[in-house]
Design a protein around this ligand. Structure first.
Ligand code: PBG
Ligand code: ZN
Length: 333
């Protein structure tokens, strides 16, 4: 047998910096902190109610009175920011989604109570959209069979104002109507809410990963889909154009959503903006991991850590994720 002539590595050996846990930690480029996590909550209109979301093990929709102790124990884990989604009282969905802007709505009451109880210890963000409040389930108003952009700005602005009156720190419009960030900024400023920040869902893709959320928020469109306003998954440069618009319109922070299938977009957006960048690790991304973990096909702790690190490494500052309670409680990070 002929002896193979193997070329040995040169003087540079990357394995030197992988030899021990301590060395690896010393040179690690990416770190996760509880400070950067935002936990979403689905707020029910009935204060004492609690309903598990079947496709999202570990996640329940809750009324205000159930939410308070939950947020308190999450704060003890280090989760200092929440993002609230609401549902209207049964039978109040309407074509114009007007219940979204009701000062006595579930989100508004939750914001008030959370800010009363936790003050500035807790950052309260609200999702601004009307799809859970419209009878057709779209994120805007329907006119002539289509979602009318400019008509939809009014209810979105009214909803953001109502959240600001309740005491929200940050409003996060998720509807994807053109011009909504500017319209909301103008209205907030005109009504004395200069201090309320806007987290824009800048690059929100029309995604199949929102499936479990639509069950939780009861916000699936009854007809058609959201491709007429959410972004096409084939596009990345378009996300940069959206970022430019949102910045011009006064967004304080930008978001990419979903997260893992769009790490390239997070990375490109990171390079294109100096504003804080959020990534939303959405319901379907969570459900997929949970389902595989339940079957014993994936090791949840390591997959969650790897996923969250990937999102941070791509360039996200804030990570909105349903995993953060488990990850912090079980010390997965
Ligand atoms: C609705 C909204 C959606 C999500 C956040 N806001 C769903 C949608 O656009 O259909 C998705 C969140 C998730 O899947 O976790 N405007
Ligand atoms: Zn919506």
């Amino acid at each position: 047998m002929r002896e193979l002539n193997i070329t040995l590595p040169g003087r540079d050996r990357p394995r030197r910096l992988r030899r021990s846990r301590a060395v690896r930690d010393l040179v690690a480029e990416t770190h996760l902190s509880p400070n950067q996590f935002v936990l979403p909550h689905f707020v029910l209109p009935t204060d004492g109610a609690e309903e598990p979301v079947s496709a999202m093990p570990g996640i329940s929709c809750m009324g205000v009175e159930r939410l308070l102790p939950q947020v308190e124990s999450d704060l003890a884990l280090g989760i200092r920011s929440v993002l609230l989604f609401g549902q209207p009282p049964p039978g109040t969905k309407a074509p114009d989604g007007r219940a979204a802007a009701d000062d006595a709505g579930a989100v508004q009451r939750a914001v008030k109570r959370l800010k009363d109880v936790f003050g500035d210890e807790l950052v309260v963000m609200t999702d601004v959209c009307i799809c859970a409040y419209t009878d057709h389930g779209h994120c805007g108003l329907i006119e002539g069979g289509d979602v009318d952009n400019d008509l939809s700005l009014r209810p979105l602005v009214d909803t953001a104002l109502s959240h600001a009156r309740a005491g929200a720190d940050i409003v996060a419009p998720s509807d994807m109507m053109d011009g909504r960030v500017g319209a909301i900024r103008d209205a907030l400023d005109a009504h004395g809410h200069q201090g309320v920040a806007i987290l824009a869902y800048t690059a929100k893709y029309a995604s199949a990963y929102y499936g479990p959320f639509r069950e939780a928020a009861d916000s699936a469109p009854s007809e058609g889909d959201r491709q007429g306003y959410q972004m096409d998954c084939r596009n990345a440069l378009e996300a940069i154009r959206e970022a430019e618009l949102d910045e011009q319109e006064g967004a304080d922070m930008l978001m990419v959503k979903p997260a893992l299938p769009y790490l390239d977009v997070i990375s490109a957006m990171r390079a294109a903006t100096a504003k804080p960048l959020a990534a939303y690790n959405v319901s379907g991304e969570y459900s997929a991991v949970k389902a595989a973990a339940e079957r014993g096909w994936l090791e949840e702790a390591r997959v969650v850590r790897e996923n969250l690190l990937a999102i941070a490494r791509a360039g996200a500052d804030l990570i909105i994720t349903y995993h953060c309670r488990d990850a912090l409680r079980e010390k997965w990070l």
